[in-house]
Design a protein around this ligand. Structure first.
Ligand SMILES: Nc1ncnc2c1ncn2[C@@H]1O[C@H](COP(=O)(O)OP(=O)(O)O)[C@@H](O)[C@H]1O
Ligand SMILES: [Mg+2]
Length: 331
């Protein structure tokens, strides 16, 4: 049985399609990432899987339980760490965990034992009696992860687990996530950080505008776009594109004009770059810069969506766009 399985899972808000027919299959024990820019539909997806939002259509099973018909069973078998902080600042670490244990009807001695275990898991045992207000961002995140683990869930959902943390703290959180996954917890995390998905996940689904655009292990995704990525900034990208399409080089996918210039995937950059200079010279195209590298998940995103990936793309802007689309839809 899969830990999570969805079929055409869809969520609409007043006609705006936030999640558009997503099919997922996540095995037990996997560390799985939903990767996408702000507004892609990650939180909405995780909210449906954790029974906080009802799907508009489609189906989802979590640990074999239907998220709509067996919501209580689903909730019992999952832990959630929300994108937005949700600890009580005025209480101690221990008290925050204790409340959670009570909500899950854990008996007193069971609660106390488990609190010790989960605090140890995230290296906060010595801070059990400290008020959360005194914690750093990284410590709060760890405590939230500990809380998500209190009732020993089979699946842990982490919505943007390192959002807003500095790079060093982020790496620490990655270590904790890897550790608890090794100990048997299935993890579904969402992130808009490419390197986070790359560094952490066994398997990645890239979503954009509510749809899955690519899926695989980080390395298979990078391999799927073939070889090196060359970016050329030049005076006449359209002309260079046409000329490159005719040239006899090992181009592995159709050249694309993006905000960053002409992008070409090739088998070996060293062999193609001299030809680019030749062709530009013959066609009086002024080359401003040429860069090449092995593909990253960013290039994978660019490849499958035709758009550059912007980590900082504001969700406020997306909301506005969404509202405008909804308003247009109503007319
Ligand atoms: N409650 C809601 N009402 C209306 N629109 C929403 C609501 N929640 C999310 N959206 C919209 O749905 C889209 C997906 O949002 P979300 O799932 O939060 O994306 P992500 O988590 O990937 O950033 C966005 O355009 C967002 O503005
Ligand atoms: Mg989100």
């Amino acid at each position: 049985m899969a830990a999570i399985e969805t079929a055409a899972l869809t969520k609409k808000f007043n006609g705006f399609v936030a999640v558009d027919g997503i099919n997922l299959k996540i095995k037990k024990g996997e560390l799985f990432a939903l990767l996408g820019p702000n507004g892609a539909g990650k939180t909405t997806t995780i909210s449906m899987l954790s029974t906080l939002l009802k799907p508009t259509s489609g189906k989802a099973l979590v640990n074999g339980h239907d998220v709509v018909k067996e919501a209580a069973k689903v909730r019992q078998s999952i832990g959630i760490v929300f994108q937005d902080p949700s600890l009580d600042d005025q209480l101690t670490a221990m008290e925050n965990l204790d409340i959670h244990g009570r909500l899950y009807h854990m008996a007193g001695n069971e609660r106390r034992k488990r609190i010790r275990e989960v605090l140890e898991m995230v290296d906060l045992a010595d801070r059990a009696d400290s008020i959360v207000k005194t914690f750093s961002g990284g410590m709060r995140r760890r405590l939230e992860i500990a809380r998500g683990l209190m009732h020993s869930p089979e699946v842990l959902f982490l919505d943007e687990p390192t959002l807003g943390l500095d790079p060093q703290t982020r790496r620490h959180i990655w270590d904790y996530i890897k550790k608890l996954n090794r100990e048997g917890v299935t993890v579904l995390l969402t992130t808009h950080y490419m390197e986070e998905a790359d560094a952490l996940a066994d398997r990645v689904v890239i979503i954009d505008r509510g749809r899955i655009v690519a899926e695989g292990t980080p390395s298979s995704l990078k391999d799927s776009i073939g070889g090196d990525v060359i970016k050329i900034s030049c005076s006449k990208p359209e002309e260079l594109k046409k000329a490159m399409e005719k040239c006899e080089c090992d181009i592995t996918s159709e050249p694309r004009i993006t905000e960053e210039g002409l992008v070409i995937n090739v088998k070996k950059a060293e062999e193609v770059i001299p030809k680019i200079f030749d062709i530009s010279a013959k066609n009086s195209i002024e080359v401003k810069s040429i860069t090449y590298k092995e593909p990253s998940l960013e290039d994978v995103f660019l490849h499958y969506t035709g758009r550059a990936y912007r980590e900082e793309e504001g969700s406020e802007k997306d909301r506005l766009k969404m509202r405008m689309r909804v308003m247009r839809g109503r007319r």
